[in-house]
Ligand binder design. Structure first.
Ligand SMILES: [Zn+2]
Ligand SMILES: [Zn+2]
Length: 396
């Protein structure tokens, strides 16, 4: 059997694993069922398994036949607080929780890759660390805690790789770029103090809803008028809260939003500007604006140029050169960045969209689902990355 055939023979297994995780989504660090299943599976392969790394993360170590480098393959395990709207036989059984980002697929692919690699131990010089991370979706995220718990050492990780299913790209493609791959996702909160009163006597009040509205518009001028257009910035207000009744001017309003940038320096500049613009708009309308929150998120994922070429070479063997997409960075956040700050490596999208099958809804939507036919491709990427980096030979 060729390697491709061997992987393909486990197609049902990887799909079954994925569906099982999909039916039993768990959130954040609270992953008792998921991490136990991962741990049991890795133990059944005879791997050395560590549990409770980064609270509920799991790490499996496969030692190759000879000495060599240690590479890390990473999958995230957590779901989202979303009520699933799909009508599928393997729909989420847990109310208000759903795998709406594809992490069920990431976990299943890495487990099956571990199974294949375990049977190819003799071809591996060095070690492969299988890293199953909790709480990717929620800052501060599992990666930083796993690093604090020593995941990059004993043995020391020389290179790190990971993938994310991507419904933005057609099934059977891989999207990758050297350098910046994702953004830093920051969070801000503003509290506007007005003066409450009767809706019919606006002149006797200070309306915080008007101030909030002006701030929402004013913040966009930071992006359009104050920042270099070639240094991307996104400011999104995702939540405004104020008032209880239709005929009362409330006392307070609150605005919460996110800022996306490609580097921390720009993020700090934008934070200052948000404060200045919102406080001055508040003053112009006789209100007071306080910045109640500013949380700097994960750093951007930065791909090493040499490792990016390596992944592209492997992708040629897995999906063919024509299916490799040279992408631009996306403004989502990903805490794979912490691992890539410690070891060179690469992170990439595995295209999972299939319009004909109706599988093209965006990540984090209640009807998100992806084309399961790509799962074996992800397994093959992991397997070939391990074999190729471990033996130092070109893929084939
Ligand atoms: Zn997500
Ligand atoms: Zn995700």
């Amino acid at each position: 059997m060729t390697l491709k055939e061997e992987i393909f023979s486990l197609k049902n297994e990887v799909i079954e694993l994925r569906r099982d995780f999909h039916m039993h989504p768990e959130l954040g660090f609270d992953l008792p069922r998921t991490s136990k299943k991962v741990s049991d599976y890795l133990k059944s392969l005879g791997l050395e398994v560590q549990e409770g790394i980064g609270k509920s993360g799991v790490v499996g170590l496969l030692e190759g036949k000879k000495d060599g480098e240690t590479i890390m393959l990473r999958a995230d395990m957590d779901a989202l607080p979303i009520e699933e709207k799909n009508s599928i036989p393997y729909k989420s059984k847990i109310k208000g929780k759903m795998h709406a980002c594809g992490h069920d697929g990431h976990t299943a692919m890495l487990l099956v890759a571990a199974k294949i690699l375990s049977s190819h131990k003799d071809e591996i010089n060095g070690n492969v660390k299988f890293v199953f991370e909790p709480s990717e979706e929620k800052n501060p995220g599992g990666a930083i805690l796993m690093i604090e718990d020593g995941v990059m050492e004993n043995p020391h990780v020389d290179r790190a790789y990971g993938l994310h299913l991507g419904n933005m790209y057609p099934a059977g493609t891989i999207g990758i770029c050297a350098g910046n791959f994702s953004a830093e996702p920051d969070q801000f909160g503003l509290r506007i103090k007005g003066k409450g009163g009767h809706g019919g006597y606006p002149h006797l009040s200070i309306d915080p809803i008007i101030i909030a509205s002006e701030i929402v518009l004013g913040l966009q001028t930071i992006v359009s008028r104050e920042m270099d257009p070639l240094d991307p910035v996104v400011i999104t207000v995702g939540k405004i809260q104020s008032g209880d009744v239709f005929n009362v001017i409330p006392e307070y309003a609150e605005i919460t939003g996110t800022v996306r940038t490609l580097n921390r320096e720009t993020a700090m500049v934008v934070a200052e500007k948000i404060k200045r613009v919102s406080q001055n708009i508040g003053a112009a309308f006789r209100g007071e604006v306080e910045m109640i929150d500013y949380i700097f998120g994960y750093p951007p994922v930065v791909n090493d140029p040499i490792e990016t070429e390596l992944i592209k070479n492997i992708a040629k063997a897995v999906i063919g050169e024509d299916n490799i997409i040279e992408i631009t960075p996306s403004m989502v956040g990903e805490d794979m960045s912490y691992f890539l700050e410690k070891a060179p490596g690469a992170f990439y999208w595995l295209g999972s969209q299939n319009v004909e099958k109706g599988l093209d809804r965006p990540h984090h939507s209640p009807d998100f689902n992806f084309d399961e036919d790509v799962l074996t491709m992800g397994v093959e990427m992991h397997v070939r990355t391990s074999l190729c980096t471990a033996c130092g030979k070109s893929p084939g």
